[in-house]
Design a protein around this ligand. Structure first.
Ligand code: ACO
Length: 495
């Protein structure tokens, strides 16, 4: 079987989001600076269009009302969330949405938009770290879609380990299609998560989304399965030991270092395997795009700089003379010292910046706009590249880095070709429809976001309640939670 990989993709994210901060350039000039966010007035000031797409003249013509964005609401210093973390906006589930409803929405949408008969799915794998039930998998919820068509012969269950579950699910499906067990049908991978944190420094690094990917041979995004390297270890950087709470316990600083150490280890192994098989050195020049798991954009900037530093230490031709000079003072650092050195971090980010803009920046659109989507984060970043660059990806290579705290990580490589309709890069881009989905979101006040999270704290693990069934913001075709009965059974409807 040739070119096994991703045939089709679709993404769903909640239409509710909170802004990290108001870009000053978009503020109507009449407002005193530094001003918090400005949005449309009216009875329901939390509902506005997608302000990033509006020009100043348009905003100036609108009745405006001053509203705080998250940064100001949290009392963080100006620029901390946008420049410090690199984030623009954060999606979150309202009380009618959760990881089950989002996954049902995205799977239904993918099957419909690519006209795939549900009978043709032979394996369905879900990656998620959002625990709604400790036994019943999200996959079994999705089976409703297939049962209706008489297809109950579908292998696979859920995979979970922090943000890595989606990658585990994807590798399982790819391996299945490449194996003797394959029965000729498609694999389907779903990554679905709602990332919420307790109040504190991690809260602005939340997000929510579900992604579905159809897997099979002759794919426009095919796996170079031989170039794959993993790094797995035992650490307590981010974990969810309190089963009564949806929030993780997180050691933020440790999680950043673990992420970068895992990246180094995977990259070293990846280069070694490439060199052995291809007979030449691998450097960042050998891939057109690098796509990283994106808890927040700043870590992605640091990650690419770290790969550049690796190339410098390996004396690769991808590092120019000017950069060599600037990185020379750091050539004798031990591994441990190199993770602690702020000067190295700054210097490597600076010398890698021109390549970051070309090889990484196109992957950052959705993660910056939605936030951390846990298992879906890496694939939302991949979707951003396909959406933005689909016309020029033929023959190109994308290197992917997946990280899940605890920890599990894998670096792997995809080779791209234009594909054939409906499984072509251009059709994937049009189904993803990213701009329209982002533009039709509704910006919510931070107060409303905090209120929703408080309500969800009470609802987590609870029974016997009804939701407000408010679907006014949901696009048609979206699944939503209506009630949980006295036996904790959940009921959903479709708008
Ligand atoms: N203007 C510009 N930048 C600023 C400002 C400002 N006013 N204030 C702070 N910053 C910068 C800081 O310098 C820092 O940048 P740097 O790392 O380049 O130095 C950045 O903003 C963050 O500020 P800190 O004070 O270092 O971070 P804080 O303690 O607030 O927490 C953290 C940040 C650790 C990312 C926290 O949000 C967190 O724990 N998130 C969840 C954990 C996580 O996502 N880990 C990643 C891997 S694991 C996973 O995927 C879940």
């Amino acid at each position: 079987r040739d070119n096994v990989g991703i045939l089709a993709m679709d993404i769903y994210f909640p239409p509710t989001c909170v802004l990290q901060v108001n870009p000053p350039s978009l503020l109507p000039l009449s407002l005193p600076a530094p001003s918090p966010w400005t949005i449309l007035g009216g009875e329901t000031p939390q509902i506005v269009g997608f302000l990033h797409r509006m020009d100043e003249a348009t905003i100036a013509r609108m009745p405006v009302q001053r509203v705080e964005a998250l940064e100001a609401h949290d009392g963080a210093s100006r620029g901390k969330y946008t420049i410090g973390l690199g984030q623009d906006c954060m999606a979150f589930c309202s009380e009618v949405e959760d990881v089950i409803s989002m996954s049902m929405t995205v799977v239904t949408s993918l099957l419909k938009k690519y006209k795939v008969d549900p009978k043709l799915i032979g394996r369905l794998e879900v990656g998620s770290e959002t625990v709604i039930d400790k036994s019943k998998s999200i996959k079994t919820w999705l089976m409703q879609i297939f049962e209706e068509c008489g297809n109950t012969d579908i292998e696979g269950v859920d995979s979970s380990n922090a943000c890595y579950g989606g990658t585990a699910a994807l590798l399982n499906c790819v391996n299945w299609v490449e194996s003797n067990s394959w029965d000729g049908r498609y694999g389907l991978v779903v990554c679905t998560d709602s990332a919420v944190y307790a109040e504190g420094p991690a809260r602005p690094t939340g997000g929510a989304a579900a992604i579905a990917m159809l897997i099979g041979p002759n794919a426009p995004l095919s796996f170079e399965s031989k170039y794959k390297a993993s790094h797995m270890a035992h650490v307590y950087d981010f974990y969810k030991p309190d089963l009564a709470s949806e929030y993780p316990v997180v050691d933020g600083k440790l999680s950043q270092t673990c992420y970068l150490m895992a990246l180094d280890s995977c990259y070293r192994q990846f280069c070694k395997k490439y060199e052995k098989l291809a007979g030449k050195q691998f450097s960042i020049s050998d891939a057109d795009y690098f796509v990283f798991h994106s808890p927040y954009n700043k870590l992605v900037q640091k990650s690419f700089a770290r790969l550049y530093y690796n190339d410098f230490m390996r004396d690769c031709s991808s590092v120019d003379n000017d950069a060599k000079e600037k990185l020379q003072p750091f050539s004798n650092l031990t591994g441990e010292e190199s993770y602690q050195s702020r000067d190295l971090e700054k210097a490597s980010q600076q010398v890698a910046k021109h390549l970051y803009d070309i090889k990484v920046q196109p992957s950052t659109l959705l993660p910056k706009q939605i936030g951390n989507m846990y298992t879906a984060s890496l694939y939302a970043a991949l979707a951003s590249v396909v959406y933005d660059k689909h016309g020029s990806l033929d023959g190109q290579r994308i290197v992917m880095f997946s990280y899940g705290s605890g920890l599990t990580s894998t670096m792997f490589s995809l080779k791209l070709n234009n594909g054939e309709s409906p499984f072509s890069l251009s059709n994937i881009a049009s189904v993803l429809n990213v701009t329209e989905k982002l533009e039709s979101r509704h910006v919510t006040l931070p107060e409303k976001f905090v209120e929703t999270l408080k309500l969800m704290e009470h609802r987590y693990g609870a029974k016997d309640f009804e939701t407000n069934k408010d679907t006014s913001l949901l696009p048609p075709g979206t699944f939503y939670l209506t009630r949980v009965d006295s036996m904790y059974r959940r009921f959903y409807d479709k708008k």
